[in-house]
Design a protein around this ligand. Structure first.
Ligand SMILES: NC(=O)c1ccc[n+]([C@@H]2O[C@H](COP(=O)([O-])OP(=O)(O)OC[C@H]3O[C@@H](n4cnc5c(N)ncnc54)[C@H](OP(=O)(O)O)[C@@H]3O)[C@@H](O)[C@H]2O)c1
Length: 241
């Protein structure tokens, strides 16, 4: 049974990914930061579908706690095959108005977390494993107001391309997935309904994305069927970018 860690697996996109990987037969470590009951609900769903899961608290911005997350996976399930680096956050502001605090937050919670998690995965994943990083379509659309968020995600995407080359000899694939606007609590907090309506109007497939749209793509990249795809960037925005 493959073992998967999903960072930020308790809500939103990460929740859908954790439930889908569990339904596909993985033992899933559902990481969360503060909302234990949400993470436990995800584990319940996985177990009701016949899978195995465990909720593990860790602030993935802290390298020590991140190491502890891998320790928990190894102790509970014997090793790690798949890392889905999903936890992250967005703040939008024109560059002229962005604060030093915005900068620290974006580069700590998006770039540093990705670096620390990829480093740990590079050292601890079993051969033929899978690493999938959830970035964002903002790195492809270059919209005003997305500067710090986009820059912090773009750095992670480059780590993915290079790590794919470093881990290729071990059969480990490393890929980016770039969601467009996806219906989650984070989206509701970060974007007005008017802005979301504008995104829908310019999306060829004519709707906002759902967490399950991204979970299906991640499930494919995590599967044996995707063994020949590495260092790639999947644009998952319904044709928006
Ligand atoms: N939603 C979108 O439209 C969209 C579009 C493009 C890209 N993305 C990317 O997709 C990812 C998930 O976004 P989302 O919208 O699903 O977010 P969300 O609904 O806010 O969920 C965030 C998840 O991350 C966890 N988390 C936050 N900070 C953490 C930390 N420091 N350590 C561990 N876990 C942490 C939360 O745990 P708790 O439950 O404990 O708080 C929660 O499980 C992010 O990387 C985001 O940038 C989202």
């Amino acid at each position: 049974m493959p073992v998967a860690i999903v960072t930020g697996g308790s809500r939103g996109i990460g929740r859908a990914i954790a439930e889908r990987l569990g339904a596909d037969g993985a033992a899933v470590v559902v990481n969360y930061q503060s909302n234990r009951s949400a993470a436990e609900q995800v584990v319940d769903t996985i177990e009701r579908s016949g899978g195995r899961g465990v909720a593990v608290r860790a602030d993935v911005a802290d390298p020590t706690q991140l190491r502890g997350l891998f320790d928990s996976a190894e102790e509970r399930f014997g090793g790690v095959d798949t890392l889905v680096n999903n936890a992250g956050t967005a703040r939008f502001a024109p560059i002229a108005e962005a604060t030093d605090e915005d900068y620290e937050l974006m580069f700590s919670l998006n770039t540093r977390t990705t670096f620390v998690a990829l480093r740990e995965a590079a050292n601890r994943l079993r051969d033929n494993g899978r690493i999938i990083v959830i970035s964002s379509g903002v790195t492809a659309t270059h919209r005003p107001g997305s500067g710090l968020y986009s820059a912090s995600k773009a750095a992670g995407e480059e780590l993915v391309r290079i790590l794919a080359r470093e881990l290729g000899p071990r059969g480990i694939t490393v890929n980016n997935v770039l969601p467009g606007a996806i219906r989650t609590e984070a989206l509701a907090a970060a974007r007005s309904p008017e802005l979301t309506a504008q995104v829908v109007a310019s999306t060829p497939l004519g709707r906002i994305g759902e967490p399950g749209d991204i979970a299906d793509i991640v499930a494919f990249l995590a599967s044996d069927a995707a063994r020949w795809i590495t260092g790639e960037t999947v644009h998952a925005g319904g044709g928006l970018f």
